[in-house]
Design a protein around this ligand. Structure first.
Ligand SMILES: C=C(O[C@@H]1C=C(C(=O)O)C=C[C@H]1O)C(=O)O
Length: 394
């Protein structure tokens, strides 16, 4: 194929891609209108029956055009997730009329390029108001910014699929009066980032946040004799490597973040687990009102009385009220050796009858009990099309 033929084909592909974007934007406008009718008629945001029908139709339609069923399904899972999250954000902002700000001052760990920065950008891109980024050096500083009203929100990482819970954040949540008003998960893709043309074998010093080292321990073991230098954030690591400008120094962090510092990746997918995601809490001074049409989660903290089976009894309250627990974490209570504070994430809205009943019962049977927040659940489980495999044969 001559280079002019290649150019012509690429022009056609570029044109088609632009059309695809126009169609996606149109689809988004329609789904936002759907959200308006759901507000008016008090209809739940998610309708998995509709999603299933839509997916089956698209898989069949795709087949006619020679498109693979799994490809079509994956594509539309992303499109539908985006549409559901946008609708949820719209409903949530309508349910908190005073809460929509013209500017959102948001405190997060690190600077431009950190995972918290990328998560902040993602969360607030769906919300009205201009984003003002306030990069901080520690979790304590982030929380203080909101407590003293220098920031409206804080974005805090709470757990990671490879390295588990971030204990320091749990401990801070115990001592603050801020409320959790949102959650989000963000894919964490660590790459080896350098500032010069170099090779993995030449790297002698690695800069990263300790969490990143923990999540990439297998890669570090393979690398062998390399000095690891812990930094306060992934962005601090990137800045250091950019300033050092040496061919034997590398940072570990996201490729997108690294590009903001002029770094490029010489190796990707460094995490032990392929599916590496972090979950973040968004916190604010005041709790939010979560509309009942939106799936909600509630985070609680409690300490049980010192008697055998006390935790089991507390968990039975959830079972009896048919409340699903999605996470249970325990942390030591400072000053009381061997006593534990339990953090629970449960599915449900604090305005719901069974949830109110469960909260009352739990409060009565625990030594310490506090609702840290009720917020829209951003875990959009993709609608399974049981027939995908069968449809393959259509
Ligand atoms: C747009 C709607 O809301 C949600 C999003 C859907 C979509 O993006 O196609 C489908 C069903 C709902 O879960 C709708 O109800 O039609």
């Amino acid at each position: 194929m001559s280079s002019s033929e290649l150019e012509k084909l690429r022009v056609k592909i570029t044109e088609l891609d632009t059309h695809l974007l126009t169609f996606l934007a149109k689809r988004q406008q329609f789904t936002n209108q759907v959200a308006e009718t759901k507000i008016k008629n008090n209809i739940p945001v998610r309708d998995q029956k509709r999603e299933e029908q839509l997916l089956i139709r698209l898989i069949k339609e795709g087949k006619k055009h020679g498109l693979d069923a799994h490809y079509v399904t994956q594509l539309f899972h992303v499109i539908i997730e985006d549409s559901v999250l946008n609708q949820q954000a719209l409903l949530a902002s309508r349910a908190n009329p005073g809460g929509s700000l013209t500017v959102n001052r948001v405190a997060f760990l690190g600077d431009k390029g950190s995972y918290s920065y990328l998560a902040t950008q993602k969360y607030f891109s769906r919300r009205p108001g201009k984003l003002i980024e306030i990069g901080c050096q520690s979790f304590l500083e982030i929380i203080k910014k909101v407590e003293t009203n220098e920031a409206d929100y804080a974005v805090l990482p709470i757990e990671n699929t490879s390295s588990g819970s971030i204990n320091e954040v749990y401990d801070q949540l115990q001592h603050t009066h801020l409320s959790i008003i949102g959650e989000l998960t963000h894919p964490i893709k660590h790459a080896l980032l350098v500032n010069q043309e170099t090779d993995v074998s030449k790297i002698k010093t690695l800069y990263a946040h300790p969490q990143v080292f923990a999540q990439c321990s297998h890669f570090l073991a393979e690398l062998g004799n390399v000095e690891v230098k812990p930094c306060d954030s992934t962005s601090a690591a990137m800045l250091t490597v950019a300033e050092l400008n040496r061919d034997d120094s590398a940072a570990m962090g996201s490729e997108t973040g690294g590009s903001l510092y002029g770094l490029h990746a010489i190796k990707s997918n460094l995490a032990n687990q392929k599916e590496n995601h972090s979950r973040f809490f968004v916190v604010a001074l005041k709790p939010v009102n979560v509309p009942l049409q939106v799936p909600a989660k509630t985070t609680l903290v409690m300490s049980t009385v010192q008697k055998p089976g006390a935790l089991v009894e507390a968990l039975m309250v959830l079972r009896d009220n048919k409340i699903n627990m999605t996470k249970l974490e325990s942390r030591p209570i400072t000053g009381n050796p061997w006593e534990e504070m339990f953090y629970l994430d449960v599915e449900g809205n604090v305005q719901d009858g069974p949830m109110q009943q469960a909260l009352e019962e739990l409060q009565a049977m625990t030594r310490y009990f506090k609702v840290l927040g009720c917020y829209p659940s951003e875990e959009i489980n993709p609608t399974k099309v049981a027939a995908v495999i069968a449809l393959d044969g259509l």
